[in-house]
Write a protein that binds this ligand. Structure first.
Ligand code: TRP
Length: 362
C-alpha cells in the first residue's frame, strides 16, 4: 500500500465489525488456497453460531441425501472444506502437478504494478470466499491508497483469525469483514471514506467450479456488487492439454485423492454415515465437449451405504461426481463477462498461456 496522501486514518485499526448475513444454500463454494486453519482454542460460541451449526448440518444432510438420490450421484463440492479438507487443499496448492496456484501467484507478482495501475487509487477491494485472505497482500502492497478491504467468508472464525496479520501489515486500511455465503448474495458495508470504485477480487479459478450458467449468475452478481464504474479482478484457468490437466487433479502423491475421499469421512463423522472411503477410488477425467475436468469417486464394488437413515446402492464402477473445474478460452471468458455486464479491460497471462488474471470493468 502506498502511503496515503494526507488521509486521516485510524491508527489503532478499525473496530471489529462483522456483518452476519443470511446464508441460503450455495451450490458450490471453493475457497482459494488457504493457510492451515487456525484451531479455535477457547473461542466463545455465541447463540448465533450454535443456531447456524444446526442449520449447516441440516443443510449438509439434505444436500447429501438429494445428491446421492440423483440419477448421477453427486456431492456438492463446498463440503470438501472442513479442517482436514482445507489442510489437504493447501497441500494440493503446493503439488508439482498443480500449476494453478503457482502460475496465478506468479502473474499477480510479475504484473503487480500494472494491475495496481489498472485498478487505480482509492479502491474498495471485495473478496468473495476469501478463506484465509492469503493472496490479497499481493494487491494491497501495490494499490494506491486503498480505502477498504471487505473479505466475504462463510467460515466466520477462520476469516476473523486470518485478518490479524493484515491489520498489522496495513494499519491504516479499513477492514470490513462480512460473514456470508457469497453464492447467496451479500450486502457490501459502507466504508468510512468514499471509494473511487469497488473492485471484486475472485482468484483461484473458483469461477471454473461453477457450471457456465451458474458462473454467469455469479458474474452478474459481482457486476451488481461492483456497481457502475466498478471492476472484477478474476483468476481464470485456461484450456490446455489433458496431459497437463489430468495430473493436476490426480497427483502422484495421492493428495488430491485423499482430499476427494475426505468428504466421505466427513459425511461419516458429521452425518453418521457408514461409507468405507477405501471402497471408492479417486478419478480425474477431462471432459472435452464440456471443457472441464471432472472429479469422481468411483465405487470399487457393489455396495450399500447409509446416510441419515437412507440407504444408497452403488454398482461396481459407479461414480459420485464431486467437482467440476471448467477451463475457458480467453474468447469464451470474454463472452461470459460481456453477458454479465462486464467488458475485458486487460488480461495478464503466463508465458505458456496456462492461466489468466483478467480485469473486467463495468
Ligand atoms: N478452484 C480449484 C480448481 O478448480 C479447486 C480445486 C483444485 C479442486 N484441486 C481440486 C477441487 C481437487 C476438487 C478437487 O482448480
Amino acid at each position: 500500500m502506498r502511503p496515503p496522501a494526507g488521509a486521516i486514518q485510524g491508527g489503532a485499526g478499525w473496530p471489529e465489525r462483522v456483518l452476519p448475513q443470511a446464508d441460503i444454500h450455495p451450490r458450490s463454494v471453493v475457497p482459494a488456497c488457504r493457510a492451515p486453519l487456525p484451531r479455535p482454542g477457547t473461542s466463545s460460541v455465541t447463540h448465533e453460531d450454535t443456531a447456524s451449526t444446526d442449520h449447516h448440518r441440516a443443510a449438509f444432510l439434505a444436500d447429501v441425501v438429494a445428491g446421492l438420490s440423483a440419477p448421477v450421484k453427486q456431492i456438492p463440492p463446498k463440503y470438501f472444506y472442513d479442517d482436514a479438507g482445507s489442510e489437504l487443499f493447501d497441500r494440493i496448492c503446493e503439488l508439482p502437478e498443480y500449476y494453478v496456484t503457482r502460475t496465478e501467484t506468479a502473474i499477480l507478482r510479475d504484473y503487480a504494478r500494472d494491475i495496481g495501475d489498472a485498478l487505480g487509487a482509492r479502491v474498495m477491494l471485495i473478496e468473495p470466499g476469501s478463506g484465509s485472505s492469503a493472496k490479497v497482500h499481493l494487491l494491497l502492497d501495490v494499490l494506491e491508497d486503498p480505502v477498504a478491504y471487505v473479505p466475504v467468508e462463510i467460515s466466520r472464525e477462520h476469516m476473523l483469525a486470518s485478518l490479524a496479520p493484515l491489520r498489522e501489515r496495513y494499519p491504516g486500511l479499513e477492514i470490513l469483514p462480512v460473514a456470508a455465503d457469497f453464492t447467496a448474495g451479500f450486502t457490501v458495508p459502507e466504508s468510512t471514506r468514499e471509494p473511487a470504485r469497488r473492485v471484486v477480487f475472485f482468484p483461484g479459478s473458483t469461477i471454473g467450479n461453477f457450471r457456465p450458467d451458474d458462473a454467469l449468475t455469479l458474474l452478474s452478481r459481482f457486476a451488481a456488487v461492483a456497481g457502475p464504474g466498478g471492476g472484477l479482478l478474476l483468476g481464470a484457468d485456461l484450456r490446455k492439454s489433458p496431459a497437463v490437466l489430468e495430473p493436476a487433479y490426480d497427483d502422484s502423491a495421492g493428495v488430491t485423492a485423499a482430499f476427494n475421499r475426505n468428504v466421505l469421512t466427513r459425511i461419516n463423522r458429521e452425518l453418521g454415515g457408514d461409507f468405507d472411503p477405501g471402497a471408492f477410488r479417486h478419478r480425474a477425467l477431462w471432459n472435452e465437449p464440456e471443457s472441464r475436468v471432472e472429479m469422481h469417486l468411483v465405487s470399487l464394488r457393489d455396495q450399500r451405504v447409509h446416510v441419515g437413515g437412507t440407504a444408497f446402492d452403488f454398482r461396481a464402477g459407479e461414480p459420485i461426481v464431486t467437482e467440476y473445474s471448467h477451463k475457458y478460452t480467453l474468447a469464451g471468458m470474454a463472452d461470459l463477462a460481456q453477458q454479465a455486464g462486464f467488458r475485458v479491460e486487460q488480461v495478464w497471462t503466463d508465458e505458456q498461456e496456462w492461466f489468466s488474471v483478467q480485469y473486467l470493468v463495468r
